[in-house]
Design a protein around this ligand. Structure first.
Ligand code: AMP
Length: 279
C-alpha cells in the first residue's frame, strides 16, 4: 500500500493513472473497524484503484472535547488497510486540507439538510462534512465514493454537494455493519467500557421496538417506551426522530404511504452514539 501525506504528491501520482483506471474513494476519520471494511471491500470489487483517507476533520466537531477525545490509532489502521489490500492511504495534515485556514472554509448551500435532525443538535457539523468531502473529491476526483448508511443524513448531504458542484463522482451508500448483538460498529465504541459496550446495543433494540409496534401503537407512545428501555440501560437519549427517508422531513406519526426512517442519537458513558433503521 502507498501512503500519501501531501495532496500535491497524491495528485501527481494519480494524474497518469486516471485515463485507464476507475478510482474508488472511502473518506474516514480512522480508528477503522469492519464497518469501514465493508466500504473498502465494495470499492475494491468495483474499481481499479481504491483510496482510503484517514483524517480527523476538526470543523465537523461542534465540541472541542469530542474532537480531542476522538480515537487516533494510525498504525492499527495501516494494518487493517494492508490486510484488505487497499491500494492507497491518504492521511493529510489539517494545514494541507485547509490551505485558506479553517475559519475561511468554503460554505455550501445544502438547504434545510444543514439544520434538521442531526443538524439541529450539531450546529456547523454538516458544513464541515461538506467542505472536507468536497475537498477530497477535488483532489482525488474518484469515479465512486463509498459512504455508510450509518450516517444517514451525511449520505443525503453529500448527494446534495455532488449535485451543487456538478461532480461526476457517483455516491455508493452501503448498509450499516453491526455486531452480533445489533450494535452498529463505530470508532466511538472504542471509548466505552466493557459494560458500556454491552448496554450500547439497547439503542438498536429501542429502534427495533418502535418499528415492530408501528401497526399497533402511535409513534409517540412507542417513543416513550423506547426511552424507558434506554434509561433502564443508562443511556441518555438525545433524539429518536421519525422522518421521510427521501426528504428527511420530520413525521409526527407513521405514514405507511411513504418510505420512513428512524434516526437516533444517545449518550452512553458520555459517548455520543448514533444509529438509524428503515421503517
Ligand atoms: P467515520 O470514520 O466514522 O467518519 O466513517 C467513515 C465512513 O464509514 C462513513 O461513510 C460512515 O458512514 C462509514 N461507517 C462507519 N461505521 C459504519 C458501519 N458500522 N457500517 C457501515 N459503514 C460505516
Amino acid at each position: 500500500m502507498y501512503i500519501f501525506k501531501e495532496r500535491e504528491a497524491l495528485i501527481k501520482y494519480l494524474e497518469p493513472l486516471r485515463q485507464e483506471n476507475t478510482i474508488g474513494f472511502i473518506p474516514t476519520m480512522g480508528a477503522l473497524h469492519q464497518g469501514h471494511g465493508t466500504l473498502i471491500e465494495a470499492s475494491l470489487k468495483e474499481n481499479d484503484i481504491t483510496i482510503c483517507s484517514v483524517f480527523v476533520n476538526p470543523t465537523q466537531f461542534n465540541k472541542k472535547s469530542d474532537f480531542v477525545k476522538y480515537p487516533q490509532v494510525l498504525s492499527d489502521d495501516i494494518l487493517l488497510l494492508e490486510g484488505l489490500k487497499t491500494d492507497i492511504l491518504f492521511t493529510p495534515s489539517a494545514e494541507d486540507m485547509y490551505p485558506d485556514g479553517q475559519e475561511n472554509m468554503r460554505k455550501y448551500d445544502i438547504g434545510d439538510l444543514e439544520f434538521v435532525l442531526e443538524g439541529e443538535f450539531r450546529p456547523g457539523h454538516f458544513q464541515g462534512v461538506s467542505y472536507i468531502v468536497d475537498e477530497f473529491i477535488q483532489i482525488i476526483k474518484p469515479t465512486n465514493i463509498y459512504m455508510g448508511e450509518k450516517d444517514f443524513q451525511q449520505v443525503a448531504v453529500i448527494k446534495k454537494v455532488l449535485e451543487l458542484t456538478q461532480s461526476k463522482t457517483q455516491l455508493v451508500s452501503c448498509p450499516t455493519k453491526r455486531q452480533e448483538d445489533g450494535l452498529a460498529m463505530s470508532s466511538r465504541n472504542m471509548r466505552l467500557t466493557e459494560e458500556g459496550l454491552i448496554k450500547a446495543a439497547t439503542l438498536q433494540r429501542a429502534l427495533q421496538h418502535i418499528k415492530q409496534g408501528q401497526h399497533e401503537k402511535s409513534f409517540k407512545s412507542l417513543l416513550a417506551e423506547a426511552n424507558q428501555m434506554l434509561m433502564d440501560n443508562d443511556f441518555e437519549l438525545e433524539h429518536i426522530i421519525l422522518c421521510n427517508a427521501n426528504t428527511l422531513e420530520i413525521l409526527e406519526d407513521f405514514d405507511q404511504d411513504i418510505p420512513m426512517r428512524l434516526v437516533s442519537a444517545a449518550f452512553m458513558e458520555g459517548v455520543r452514539l448514533i444509529d438509524n433503521i428503515a421503517i
